[in-house]
Write a protein that binds this ligand. Structure first.
Ligand code: AP5
Length: 226
């Protein structure tokens, strides 16, 4: 397989970020999480951050045109020559169309969309206990993935905080947004035979193993097709 162009799809709190960080290290590909990019912009007080903050705090999606430009530039950059891992994009039908058009302009296509599948009750449990590194967004959970020292990031020693959008009422609104606007992409990508379902309810190491097996199968299929 010459390049690996991956999308991580799934509800809020399904473990996209947790798995994305691992995949980035294993595959040595650029990993772009739209939520992380937006939160960095909010912290830096850029124009993008100021525009995005009110949507994010409410648990609404940021307008498509803001997101599409942000990701399009990155995919077209030399950094993405061997592929990329996208987390949290696309999240609406227009974003999926824009991604397909951008890749087609570049003479490329998606390799696979990995759906990390988790039910709503588990999402609420996970986001309720999530703690995020204030500096770089490394992710922990008070019960399922605790840091070595309470309140301190294992990776860079920053303070661990509760994200503004991890309040119970905002979590429920994000889930509604997911079911209304993002879940239809599951059928969309399944129809294109790009979707691979991963059981996201399993522990993080087991989820990572299933992703590894899935990618190995994809490589075999690609080799057989040559
Ligand atoms: P974003 O940051 O992308 O939020 P999200 O999709 O809601 O996903 P999360 O980051 O909440 O969860 P995750 O799936 O990464 O799970 P995690 O690994 O952290 O987006 C935030 C906002 O930005 C959006 O609401 C929107 O406003 C805006 N935005 C972003 N992209 C956009 C777009 N394309 N268009 C428009 N707007 C956009 O895991 C969660 C917790 O569970 C952690 O504590 C973790 O330790 C734990 N955990 C993970 N895996 C497991 C496991 N297997 N078992 C037990 N616990 C686990």
């Amino acid at each position: 397989m010459s390049e690996l162009n991956l999308v991580l799809l799934g509800p809020p709190g399904s473990g996209k970020g947790t798995q994305g960080e691992r995949l980035q290290d294993e595959l040595e590909l650029p990993y772009w999480a739209t939520g992380d990019i937006l939160r960095a912009a909010v912290r830096e007080g850029t124009e993008l951050g100021l525009a995005a903050k009110e949507y994010m705090d409410r648990g609404d999606l940021v307008p498509d045109e803001v997101i599409v430009g942000m990701i399009g530039e990155r995919i077209a950059s030399p950094e993405a020559d061997d592929g990329f891992i996208l987390d949290g994009f696309p999240r609406t039908a227009p974003q999926a169309e824009a991604l397909a058009a951008k890749l087609s302009d570049l003479g490329r296509e998606l390799t696979a969309v990995l759906l990390i599948d988790v039910g709503d009750a588990e999402v609420e449990r996970r986001l309720g206990g999530r703690r995020t590194c204030a500096e770089q967004g490394h992710v922990f959970h008070v019960e399922f993935n605790p840091p070595r020292e309470d309140g301190v990031c294992d990776v860079d020693g920053s303070e661990l905080v509760v994200r503004d959008d991890d309040k119970p009422e905002v979590i429920r609104h994000r889930l509604q947004q997911y079911h209304a606007k993002t879940a239809p992409l599951v059928e969309h990508y399944d129809g294109q035979s790009l979707l691979r379902r991963i059981d996201g309810a399993a522990p993080p190491d087991a989820v990572a193993d299933e992703i590894r097996r899935t990618l190995a199968t994809l490589r075999l299929e690609a080799d057989e097709a040559i």
